[in-house]
Design a protein around this ligand. Structure first.
Ligand SMILES: Cc1cc2nc3c(=O)[nH]c(=O)nc-3n(C[C@H](O)[C@H](O)[C@H](O)COP(=O)(O)OP(=O)(O)OC[C@H]3O[C@@H](n4cnc5c(N)ncnc54)[C@H](O)[C@@H]3O)c2cc1C
Length: 636
């Protein structure tokens, strides 16, 4: 069932070989094909614009009112590329190695190598579009460091890299909209994928303004619908980010890869109240100059400025002298949790560590620090009321990114023929832990450089029957979607969608978050079905389904989180090793680091939906490491 379609031959030639062997569609025939792209974030906008430019009829869907509101706009710190402009020893091979190692050897080598190769093209593409990357005084593109690497390969646009990249992709997309190859469908939410003769041939959507349920047919469907960190309720993701698109595709037969692999980002503003509904990221780029520390003494009550140097524990610098404050995210997050659990955390709830810029300001000057990170300091000031130029920031880990997602082969096609998946929505190239600044790289590699080859190859090599929305499969799928929406509205219970989401999120954070144990996961697996049952009997939605109804939108998405959460816990329970962001408390080295079990778990777990209330079936894609020898990760 899992045929990854990795090309043969030496790894550095695989993508070129694959591209040269792919079939092309004659330019005159391209306009006869229609392509649905769901999502207009970096991955979706890049794919839709490029396929439109090639001459296909593209229909691009987004639940937002404009592509510019996609969650990608929030990305702050930067995008990696092996350009080696600094001449500091970087190369494609080094980026490949760093990413495989950073992901704790749970990614497919061939995909990661291709990603490293393509990274250099992305920067050229974006510069050509006019993306205003930061430049040095002489005019050359500037770079900085991110966690888990020892070179400076991260290109950035102050703390707004995602916004600037998205404007570039949006501009390319709008050009195609103006030339008539791309049609945008905004405020339109995918609620199901339509399968005809075993192939993805369309989608069913709900118009978020009128409530109309509509069918759309095409020759191929691309999902670029982002990640599912909001399963934790509190995360750094945009509030609307959700799992509905991939989950509904999963229910139709697309296998879900490594759903338990989630990333808890170490530098977020700590929770200040239990009524809070959102967490805010402070970019990892801050760890270039900020020093992480906690007091040596437990229960310390003095203000940071009153704690002398010799009573401070710069624990990342002392435990990991080679990488210091720039260890990968999973390592930084676990260490922060550990020192807080010891009672050395700072801030009102003791759930925080300091990120201190005093030394950087002394070394570089206030103006340089302001120039590099000014907008991040402003965000921090607006949220906490504290001036991080004079007192250290307080940070704590928070859910941020999902390495899990729909399983895809080397062509980015899911297990449903004709259903492609790009960006954070696929199970990705990041293994068990994503290195900073690699998500933008992957989303744009998928959108600008991979899908525009693999989707046409599928079209050119597949005999597709003409299908339109009058086909029985569309009628049946639309009826199921309507039934589910009406069932949600009809419950008329007492609990708000948010109250279910909050309870689910807390449970996921406690049992499937930074540390996971057999007992905790079993507890969650017992409680989630009960909570789901209660949801379908005690949910309260105000308003109807034939109007703008954000409570209904939320409830619908939460109904999917309630199913996905169970699969995440099952996957986490099954994987008794620790790896990357998946830390099983039963599996650690004597020094407390994640202990992998390569003999038993060197595979991608791909889960198959077997129906509501049925245990999913596990398929395994074995992972082999020919180019980066398996080793215990060390950042010491
Ligand atoms: C605060 C923050 C900062 C970050 N900073 C960085 C960084 O500096 N560097 C880095 O590399 N990565 C960063 N990341 C990660 C990165 O931003 C994301 O992984 C990436 O932008 C995801 O892009 P995407 O195109 O896959 O999805 P998204 O940008 O989430 O876009 C999803 C699109 O799908 C649409 N959609 C979703 N579901 C449906 C549906 N059912 N129907 C219709 N439309 C749908 C949405 O409307 C949207 O258009 C950051 C993440 C966060 C949370």
């Amino acid at each position: 069932m899992l045929e990854a379609r990795i090309p043969s031959g030496p790894i550095e030639q695989q993508w070129d070989k694959c591209r040269s062997e792919m079939k092309l569609v004659n330019p005159a025939n391209r306009r006869k094909h229609s392509i649905i792209v769901v999502g207009a974030g970096l991955a979706g906008a890049a794919a839709a614009a490029t396929l439109g430019q090639q001459g296909y009829h593209v229909h691009c869907f987004s639940y937002h009112d404009t592509p510019r509101r996609a969650h990608s706009i929030a990305a702050q710190g930067g995008i990696n590329a092996a350009k080696n402009y600094r001449n500091d020893g970087d190369s494609i091979v080094r980026l490949f190695h760093d990413t495989v190692k950073g992901g704790d050897f749970r990614a497919r080598e061939a995909n990661v190598y291709r990603l490293a190769q393509i990274s250099v093209n992305i920067i050229d593409q974006c510069v050509a579009q006019g993306v205003p990357f930061a430049r040095e005084y002489g005019g050359l593109l500037d770079t900085r460091s991110f966690g888990g690497v020892q070179v400076q390969r991260t290109f950035y646009a102050r703390g707004q890299t995602g916004q600037q990249l998205l404007l570039g992709a949006y501009q390319a997309l709008e050009e195609q909209v103006a030339s008539g190859t791309v049609t945008m469908h905004i405020r339109s939410e995918l609620l199901d994928v339509v399968i005809v003769n075993g192939r993805a041939r369309g989608i069913v959507t709900r118009d978020l303004v009128t409530g109309h349920i509509d069918c759309h047919a095409a020759d191929v469907v691309v999902l670029a619908t982002g990640g599912y960190s909001n399963v934790f309720y509190l995360s750094t993701n945009a509030k609307a980010s959700n799992c509905t698109a991939i989950w509904r595709a999963h229910r139709r037969g697309a296998l879900c890869g490594n759903p338990c692999f989630t990333q808890i980002h170490p530098t977020c503003i700590p929770l200040s109240s239990e009524h809070q509904s959102k967490l805010t990221l402070m970019s990892e780029s801050l760890r270039n100059d900020g020093r992480v520390w906690v007091p040596k003494k437990k229960g310390e009550t003095r203000a940071a400025k009153d704690i002398p140097e010799n009573e401070r524990d710069y624990y990342l610098e002392s435990r990991y002298p080679s990488f210091g404050n720039l260890v990968p995210r999973d390592v930084a997050s676990r260490n922060a949790k550990e020192v807080c659990d010891e009672g050395r955390g700072v801030g009102p709830h003791g759930q925080g560590v300091y990120l201190d810029f005093a030394e950087a300001i002394h070394r570089l000057g206030l103006e340089t620090v302001r120039e590099k990170y000014g907008n991040l300091f402003d965000i921090y000031q607006r949220i906490t009321g504290e001036d991080a130029y004079t007192v250290p920031m307080r940070i704590y880990p928070a859910p941020h990114y999902t390495m899990g997602g729909l399983w895809v082969d080397y062509h980015l096609m899911s297990t449903i023929p004709g259903l492609f998946v790009g960006g954070e929505a696929n199970f990705s190239d990041h293994g068990a832990n994503r290195l900073g600044a690699s998500a933008l790289m992957q989303g744009l590699a998928d959108g600008y450089f991979i899908l525009p080859y693999t989707v046409p190859d599928y079209l050119a090599s597949t005999a597709l029957d003409p299908v339109d929305v009058s086909h029985a499969a569309f009628t049946a799928t639309k009826a199921e979607v309507k039934e589910r929406i009406e069932a949600l509205v009809a419950v008329k219970g007492k609990r708000s969608p948010d109250s279910f989401h909050r309870e689910l999120g807390k449970m996921m954070w406690d049992h499937c978050g930074m540390a996971r144990s057999d007992a905790g996961l079993r507890k969650a697996l017992a409680r989630i079905p009960e909570l789901r049952e209660e949801f379908w009997h005690n949910l309260r939605i105000v308003g109807g389904d034939d109007e703008l109804n954000q409570t209904l939108e939320k409830a619908n998405r939460i109904s999917d989180f309630l199913e996905l959460a169970e699969l995440m816990c099952r996957d986490a329970l099954d994987r008794t090793e620790s790896c990357g962001g998946h830390f099983r408390v039963e599996s650690h080295t004597p020094e407390g680091e994640a202990q992998r079990d390569d003999a038993h778990f060197s595979y991608t777990a791909a889960w198959e939906w077997q129906g509501s209330g049925q245990a999913p079936a596990l398929h395994k894609e074995p992972l082999t490491f020919e180019y980066v020898p398996l080793s215990q990760r060390s950042y010491k």
